[in-house]
Design a protein around this ligand. Structure first.
Ligand code: AMP
Length: 117
């Protein structure tokens, strides 16, 4: 799928839409999901203009890929999830229900999560 910069996360990166930012570096921006599906529900979006996980891993540099993945781990530390853990979700494509066509990881945590994936 061709990247379309009209999506809501591209607008957030351009500061056209406000968010309650948790973390930002050269590779990623993290903020709380507006419709939380767990007690803690944070999104970590990539600063690369890519639609999803496959697009990102196939078209980003090794530096961008590692920087983004490490940013996700930094956010889990900031949220104090080291002991209790978390679930990481990358919805990718129509069958996953992906709504926003800009790479993002969901961090779900803060309670025992359902295991019927
Ligand atoms: P996905 O279905 O994986 O594409 O997830 C998109 C997520 O973005 C959903 O969980 C939405 O609740 C969330 N979302 C959409 N717009 C915003 C926004 N402006 N701020 C925070 N979260 C948002």
């Amino acid at each position: 799928m061709e990247y379309n910069a009209d999506n809501v996360f591209a607008k957030i990166l351009r500061a056209e839409i406000p968010t309650d930012k948790i973390y930002e570096d050269d590779y990623a921006l993290a903020f709380y999901d507006i419709h939380p599906k767990a007690k803690i529900h944070v999104l970590v979006i990539s600063k690369s203009m890519v639609t999803d996980f496959t697009d990102f891993m196939e078209h980003s540099s090794d530096e961008e890929a590692a920087g983004y993945m490490r940013a996700i781990v930094k956010v889990t530390h900031l949220l104090n999830l080291d002991k209790d853990g978390y679930r990481l979700v990358f919805n990718t494509g129509p069958d996953s229900g992906q709504e926003v066509p800009h790479l993002h990881a969901h961090i779900l945590a803060g309670e025992k999560l359902k295991t019927d994936l």
